[in-house]
Design a protein around this ligand. Structure first.
Ligand code: SF4
Ligand code: SF4
Length: 142
């Protein structure tokens, strides 16, 4: 979508679009946020609730292609959400690998590693987990 200043200035702030919106959204706010690539505001202004009914476009005296902007914005929001999910999965995987490395080091009896990229549980928690595992195995012995 174009993001030049003239696009932004074409809005006369008349408020007709907000009055016409059946979802009680403020299309002007959504539009201006999308022009500025401000996806935080786009999310808080509930772009995802837009039903794409086109009523805001029909009443806009400046003939701004609001619906095109909203469709584009929704696809961008999905991209952002996918990226955030991927980042969460990446961090969770890093934390799991770090925990596994710590446990392996403890079992080998090697010195406690100090330069782990992410240390998410403490040494005492690991020792307690190992002790619990040993106790369980002792109980299971015939
Ligand atoms: S297209 Fe979306 S923002 Fe525009 S009036 Fe319909 S629901 Fe509201
Ligand atoms: S109807 Fe059009 S000109 Fe009026 S506030 Fe909404 S986007 Fe801006």
């Amino acid at each position: 979508m174009p993001t030049d200043a003239s696009t932004q200035q074409s809005c006369s702030h008349c408020g007709d679009c907000a009055r016409a919106c059946p979802e009680a959204l403020d299309p002007e706010v959504l539009f201006l946020a999308l022009v500025k690539d401000d996806f935080g505001v786009t999310q808080s202004a509930r772009l995802d609730a837009c039903s794409q009914c086109n009523r805001c476009v029909e009443v806009c005296p400046s003939h701004i292609p609001l619906l095109d902007w909203f469709r584009w914005g929704k696809s961008k929001l999905r991209e952002h959400e996918r990226a955030a999910d991927a980042r969460k999965r990446f961090l969770a995987r890093n934390a799991r690998l770090a925990r596994e490395r710590e446990l392996r080091a403890m079992r080998r009896g090697t010195p406690w590693p100090t330069a782990l990229p992410m240390q998410t549980i403490s040494r005492s928690e690991v020792l307690a987990a190992i002790a619990r595992g040993k106790a369980r195995r002792r109980e299971q012995r015939p």
